[in-house]
Design a protein around this ligand. Structure first.
Ligand code: BJ8
Length: 432
């Protein structure tokens, strides 16, 4: 049962009726996808609590922080470094949305046939139903895909927006441009918060975020066990919460969960029987509460053991070098770290393709789901390379192109079940 915070929500200017409809939609889904799972780790209680209070206690914390003079910065992409926001004394929140809400409003300013993630965040803002959006003092967008890049121009009519230019290649000239963008963002954040970014604040922020990433890496490594001690759905939920929660508290909770999972692995205890077919998911991010495909896969006889997603490996894999002496050296480390992971917006992007194969190998996956949000050109076109790379390594791949609606859930289940059946039968072909 979600608690109500009407005064807080009204104070933020939310449309309370529309917000109520959103809140009502979530509990049955959450029960079905999460709470019904058997043999969940006890440590998931904290993350259930965070979801239950996602529009309550965390928003209250953000408001208290703002009332004390703090600034909240919203982002939409991994290429906007959270370390910088923290070093400038701000708080970072991820604003990508994974639910079909506010579509009618979004379509007044966007084309109908656009990626659901973009439509969803625009719908959230225009319908005034997201307390995170309404808590932000600045939104930082980026020039990754064309849809987002142009959507930020529209968004700027409704909220303060700053856009960083992300290069499309990773050569020396691109790295130089990117470092300049990181420096400029640092200056913009200092202007927003009125606080200087110093080597000390920057290093402390890097150490803090590295600790969060290390905890997530630890969690990921435990999923190599057969049986895995935690479901793919629960791991995804944790990655999604990483974009909202207080960094230190989240890190401590993930580490506490890992202590429990280590015990489970030692006892050979898991969430599925040993030998359950293991899957890797790769592709576009799954923003909260987009759990559709993992839910279907894990209720069709498989278990997801790794995600080559921004809500997964791309978020935590690379750490930032903590060793620089000056602000500029540390900014350079942040810039370098952010060009280490591989979004399909870059060209060429073959390291991503190799990574998926290595991941599938390391996690002993039987197959890979290539997950693409509808109208996402970068990932849809790059699927060709993904499939080719996986075929070379003898990994079967299932391409799933979908949106946030439930209208294709039945059809998806049929396809995913057939894929899993094929994997367990030992066949090795493509399923389209
Ligand atoms: S680093 S994946 S978070 S850009 S799904 S909006 S690409 S049309 S979200 Fe992304 Fe940063 Fe890359 Fe990650 Fe466009 Fe595709 Fe939509 Fe996307």
């Amino acid at each position: 049962m979600m608690h109500r915070y009407d005064e807080l929500w009204a104070g933020l200017g939310l449309d309370l009726d529309a917000h109520d409809r959103l809140l009502k939609a979530l509990p049955p889904t959450y029960y079905e996808v999460y709470l019904k799972q058997e043999n969940r780790p006890r440590g998931m209680e904290y993350f259930d609590f965070v979801i239950n209070e996602i529009h309550g206690l965390r928003i209250k914390e953000l408001q208290e922080f703002r009332q004390a003079g703090g600034k909240v910065v919203g982002t939409f992409c991994l290429y906007v470094p959270e370390e910088l926001i923290l070093a400038a004394g701000g708080v970072f929140v991820g604003l990508c949305a994974g639910i079909e809400v506010g579509t009618a409003r979004a379509e007044t300013v966007l084309p109908r046939n656009i990626c659901p993630l973009i439509k969803s965040f625009m719908g959230f803002k225009l319908s005034r139903i997201c307390p995170y959006f309404e808590s932000c003092d600045l939104l930082v967008g980026e020039t990754t895909c064309d849809g987002k890049k142009k959507a930020f121009e529209v968004l700027a009519d409704f909220a303060p927006v700053y856009v960083v230019e992300v290069p499309q290649k990773k050569g020396p000239r691109d790295r130089e441009l990117w470092l300049g963008e990181i420096r400029a963002l640092a200056a913009r954040l200092e202007e927003l918060t009125g606080k200087k970014i110093t080597p000390e604040t920057l290093r402390a922020a890097i150490v803090k975020v590295n600790a969060k990433r290390r905890a997530l890496k630890r969690l990921a490594a435990l999923r190599k066990a057969d049986p895995p001690p935690i479901s793919g759905r629960d791991a995804l939920l944790i990655y999604q919460i990483a974009f909202y929660d207080d960094v230190d508290r989240f890190t401590a909770q993930v580490n506490a969960l890992c202590d429990e999972l280590e015990e489970r692995v030692r006892r050979g205890e898991g969430v599925v029987p040993p030998g359950t077919p293991r899957l890797v998911i790769t592709g576009t991010p799954m923003a909260i509460p987009n759990w559709k495909v993992p839910y279907i896969a894990e209720t069709s006889g498989a278990v997801i053991v790794a995600e080559e997603l921004c809500t997964g490996l791309r978020y935590y894999e690379e750490l930032t070098d903590e060793r620089g002496e000056t602000t500029d050296e540390l900014l350079a480390s942040i810039a370098a770290r952010h060009l280490e992971f591989d979004c399909a917006c870059f060209t060429p992007n073959l390291k991503r393709i190799q990574k998926i194969g290595l991941l599938a190998n390391e996690y002993r996956a039987k197959g890979v789901i290539s997950y693409i949000l509808s109208f996402c050109d970068p990932y849809a076109v790059e699927h060709y390379q993904v499939e080719k790379g996986l075929r070379d390594r003898n990994f079967p791949v299932l391409k799933v192109e979908t949106d946030y609606s439930e209208h294709d859930a039945g059809q998806l289940r049929t396809r995913i079940e057939a894929f899993i059946e094929m994997l367990t039968g030992g066949a090795n072909t493509r399923t389209e």
